[in-house]
Write a protein that binds this ligand. Structure first.
Ligand code: 4G3
Length: 245
């Protein structure tokens, strides 16, 4: 997977050198390249921003250095690459979008600063706008890192064990079941007996029931969109009945 990042702060991205994403970078499963618009300025002061026409607070990123940085990124991309602007106005980034982008193999992410970027740059160069959630960041870099991390952990072999990302929460369309490790009792609380029974089918069934039940309790919006098999519906009905006694 190839990521091109357009950012005034490329030094923020070594944060991805930790954990799963760090190993994926080391193993060349992921390539991450930054282009800094400041390196593409045509003015002697290397300015990348200016005052908004019409007045108002703050500064706006000027289009020329951004366009030149995007052109350089496109030339270095392995294939024709979608250009994404990270913005609170964008379409919500989710697990499905992550899977689709992994299938495409490359993406260019624009991380804006200040009050935003000149609208004409968006018109000319941006294919889509994505948001990681309904809140405002000081810049698009943290949003870009969230997206890189989410896509990276879907790459086959990126998780350092044979566990498939397909088993993760949300890939199944459900929240994760509860997890336990040693000790068997902690502060008076026991591990559910079924998990120490050695009965693998019973464990799988319990976990699916918990995943369905938690999703019903905490994210009914997710459950409403998901088709349940007869078996899943039966387990959920049992969970709901058990939760009422
Ligand atoms: C506006 C993304 C804001 C224009 C970016 C950059 C939140 C998100 C910014 C612009 C951001 C998000 C930077 N804040 N929710 N701030 O994904 O070009």
């Amino acid at each position: 997977m190839w990521f091109g990042i357009i950012t005034l702060f490329p030094d923020m991205f070594p944060t991805l050198q930790y954990g799963v994403s760090g190993r994926a970078l080391d193993n060349k499963l992921v390539q991450l390249h930054c282009w800094n618009p400041r390196d593409f300025t045509k003015n002697i002061h290397r300015n990348v921003d200016d005052r908004p026409y019409g007045g108002g607070p703050g500064m706006v990123m000027t289009p020329q250095p951004l366009q030149a940085a995007i052109t350089a990124a496109k030339q270095s991309a392995p294939k024709r690459s979608k250009v994404i602007h990270l913005s609170p106005q964008g379409k919500k980034f989710d697990q499905k979008q992550a899977e689709q982008t992994l299938a495409e193999g490359q993406v260019i992410l624009i991380a804006g600063r200040y009050e935003g970027i000149d609208e004409r740059l968006i018109t000319l160069e941006v294919d889509e706008e994505w948001s990681i959630g309904d809140y405002i960041l000081s810049g698009g870099e943290l949003a870009a890192m969230v997206i890189v991390d989410t896509i990276t952990r879907l790459i086959p072999g990126a998780l350092g064990h044979d566990d498939s990302a397909a088993q993760d929460s949300l890939s199944s369309g459900l929240l994760k079941y509860p997890q336990y490790t040693r000790p068997l009792r902690f502060q008076g609380l026991a591990v559910p007996d079924v998990l120490t029974s050695g009965h693998h089918q019973a464990i799988s069934e319990w976990r699916l029931k918990q995943a369905l039940g938690r999703t019903w309790l905490k994210r009914p919006d997710i459950l409403a969109k998901k088709h349940l098999t007869d078996y899943e519906q039966t387990l959920l009905t049992e969970f709901i009945r058990d939760s009422r006694k």
